[in-house]
Design a protein. Structure first.
Length: 407
């Protein structure tokens, strides 16, 4: 009898949950969205092949210069590849915002610092920033470091530092959102992204007058300094816009799974962007063009292209059956892949890498084959990583067990 009652309760509970999720009363907070992992995987694969080809292709510099000067390198295949490579960083930063905010809003009943995602967010941000500076060290310069000197390139603001600051910024915006409680989180992040993009031309116009003028170089590089590779302006904008989408996905709940949602998403995002540009146009005219706001149009174009990619992947999600492929797992291990690829390719930390032997040395065919092999190498590492981790944990457990028995 008890067994029958338990079975009946489970059946009714299951029906209730299905009804609640279908009608948006409850959302599946732990459900992974396939298109997010797919976008991360695409971004990391594009990064791997992009960095490999740009480093090893013998005439890469000349072809890239040709595109900058004439709009074409004279090679249609290279032009298409160069365009796609330009989407890698915007897609990467955008997805960081989407993933972090989507997970962050899955736990909102507790106070700010009691939320697990908030605590993990601060830890993740600081860890990413720390790794960003660690991989700029080189053991060959150990004597130089021990003498109390640091190469100025160590203070450079690269991808990892920018992503770390982006995560911290999302946490700050989230705290503001919880304090205000009168505006949607998605709108707050959208406005933040607009402000970053809007003021980028003004910051960039300072040229060699670095900002903040009296700050140490490590701070200047984060905003506008001599070694600003991925500064806050404009790259934080992509993170905030991505966070806006992550918040929208939570706000929409089960509507994300509707048939026409991808089309609505693309149309709504592009319409919002167009509306923002119209506002900027009149603000720019009111300022007599002095702010140069439209110097950031290329970043809005990249943002629109990223939106199209995300919308396309949303459609593909409807036809995806396997949610645990090696392709998707690569997107779930972006940090470790990024760190290892910098070591293998550029010789970070160890002072020797593929750059030592193959920089500007390969022809087109060799470079393409090398890029494929480079991607497959990291796919293999991703595949064996769980086995390696389990083996290491097992060894550690055995060592601890033996030591405790000996004591």
């Amino acid at each position: 009898m008890i067994k029958n009652c338990t079975t009946s309760f489970r059946l009714r509970y299951s029906r209730f949950i299905n009804f609640a999720q279908k009608n948006g009363i409850l959302t599946q907070t732990n459900k992974r969205l396939w298109f997010i992992d797919a976008a991360r995987s695409i971004a990391i694969i594009m990064m791997l092949q992009g960095h490999f080809i740009s480093l090893t292709l013998e005439d890469y510099t000349e072809k890239a210069a040709g595109i900058s000067l004439n709009g074409t390198s004279g090679n249609l295949l290279f032009d298409a590849w160069f365009f796609l490579r330009g989407l890698t960083a915007p897609l990467f930063f955008f997805i960081v915002g989407v993933v972090f905010v989507y997970l962050l809003l899955g736990e909102t009943t507790l106070s700010y610092f009691r939320q697990k995602r908030v605590r993990k967010g601060f830890q993740r941000a600081l860890m990413v920033i720390l790794w960003g500076y660690i991989i700029q060290l080189n053991w060959k310069n150990l004597d130089y470091y021990l003498s109390g000197r640091i190469n100025v390139r160590f203070y450079g603001f690269h991808v990892l530092q920018s992503i770390g600051v982006g995560i911290l910024s999302l946490l700050v915006f989230y705290a503001i959102y919880l304090f205000i409680k009168r505006i949607r989180f998605s709108i707050l992040l959208f406005v933040g992204g607009l402000l970053i993009f809007t003021f980028y031309p003004l910051i960039d116009s300072f040229g060699s007058n670095y900002l903040p003028s009296a700050a140490p170089e490590i701070i200047q590089n984060a905003i506008h300094g001599p070694n600003s590779f991925f500064p806050i302006f404009p790259w934080l904008g992509f993170v905030l816009f991505g966070g806006c989408v992550g918040a929208l996905l939570r706000e929409m709940g089960s509507k994300v799974q509707e048939k026409w949602f991808p089309l609505k998403f693309i149309f709504g995002a592009l319409l919002a962007g167009l509306g923002a540009l119209v506002v900027l146009y009149f603000v720019n005219r009111w300022c007599m063009g002095g702010l140069g706001l439209f110097n950031t149009l290329s970043y809005y174009a990249k943002l629109a292209e990223v939106i199209l990619i995300i919308g396309f992947l949303m459609y593909l999600e409807r036809y995806s059956k396997d949610r645990n492929t090696l392709f998707l797992r690569m997107g779930q291990n972006t940090l470790i892949i990024y760190i290892l690829h910098v070591i293998v390719l550029y010789g970070a930390l160890i002072g020797i890498g593929l750059k030592t032997y193959y920089e500007d040395e390969l022809n087109t065919s060799q470079t393409i084959l090398g890029a494929i092999a480079f991607i497959l190498f990291f796919a293999l590492l991703t595949k064996i990583q769980p086995f390696v981790i389990r083996a290491l944990k097992s060894i550690i457990r055995k060592l601890i067990s033996k030591r405790s028995k000996a004591d």
